[in-house]
Design a protein around this ligand. Structure first.
Ligand SMILES: [Zn+2]
Length: 298
């Protein structure tokens, strides 16, 4: 089944809602980074949240979500855009804690309960826009919800969930974001709040075969939903040998000479996707020539 996100309006436009199935996307991240259960859920929830928040952007616009907590997983950095692409990185992929008191993966224990949650938006303008809130839970979904309320001033409910099998593979991953627009009536808000407490976790619903559309129907009541858009989502990294070459040029002549004379080559590893790029001695000499040319131009 393909991964996709739906955008919807409900209750005469007073509620905006998004739901996503991202099982393949998070499964690819798990394989690329060889993450263990708590790290998988922490990185996966952040990626699903970044895709949901990214869906509020225009196609070309990009965003970065950073979760810098005090837990053993270390920093999580996720990029997403308005076209459904995401990639992500977690400092320690090998965190696998015992299940929490609810029998769920311990994400809070991996992320930590103190730290900073940052969203940086690149809207193609000269400056980027960034917002920051403290980590209030470490379960990620609540941290997105808090960020939306405080930094974006949009009352929202964000649910993110990742189901991991005992063999570490991702069984299901997805989420939803419901936003209350000005003019929404109390009755509607009360109804949705009640539904949110009654409906099972998204990963459970996905595992049972529900689509993003049917998840929204469960959360909001099917008669009221107008689906505006359906957008495929995927893991996508834009790294290349050429881009890392530019980074090698930037480290300076002494370093490049050392790579040539001592190592007779170099390898660059992308921290977002794990792809490896090899540079032969000849490649490095060409990069060194480029670096010399740049120095002269300055
Ligand atoms: Zn990459």
């Amino acid at each position: 089944m393909e991964d996709y996100l739906v955008k919807a309006l409900c209750y005469e436009g007073s509620i905006r809602a998004y739901a996503i199935r991202a099982t393949n996307t998070i499964s690819e991240a798990q394989k690329r980074h060889d993450t263990w259960s708590s790290s998988t859920a922490a990185l996966g929830r952040t990626m699903v949240g970044a895709l949901l928040l990214g869906a509020t952007l225009k196609g070309e616009d990009k965003m970065t979500v950073k979760v810098q907590g005090n837990g053993p997983a270390g920093s999580i950095i996720v990029d997403s855009d308005g076209s459904g692409n995401t990639k992500g990185y977690i400092k320690n992929p090998h965190v696998s804690l015992t299940l929490n008191e609810n029998g769920k993966i311990d994400v809070k224990g991996a992320v930590g309960t103190e730290g900073i949650f940052t969203v940086i938006k690149d809207l193609g303008l000269k400056e980027t826009f960034s917002g920051q809130t403290p980590i209030i839970s470490g379960e990620i979904g609540e941290d997105f919800t808090y960020f939306m309320a405080v930094s974006e001033q949009t009352p929202s409910a964000v649910g993110l969930s990742v189901l991991v099998d005992p063999d570490e593979s991702v069984k299901a991953a997805g989420g939803f974001m419901i936003q209350v627009m000005p003019g929404a009536d109390e009755e509607t808000i009360d109804f949705i709040e009640k539904r949110l407490t009654e409906v099972p976790m998204v990963s459970k619903l996905l595992e049972e075969g529900n689509s993003p559309e049917s998840i929204l129907e469960l959360l909001l009541g099917e008669k009221e939903i107008e689906i505006l858009e359906k957008m495929p989502v995927q893991f996508k990294c834009t790294c290349s040998k050429e881009k890392f070459g530019t980074a090698i040029i930037a480290v300076g002549l002494d370093e490049i000479n050392a790579m040539i004379e001592e190592d007779h080559g170099a390898e660059a590893v992308c921290q977002f996707c794990g792809n490896k790029y090899q540079y032969s001695e000849a490649d490095l000499i060409a990069l060194r020539d480029e670096a010399i040319k740049n120095t002269k131009e300055i």
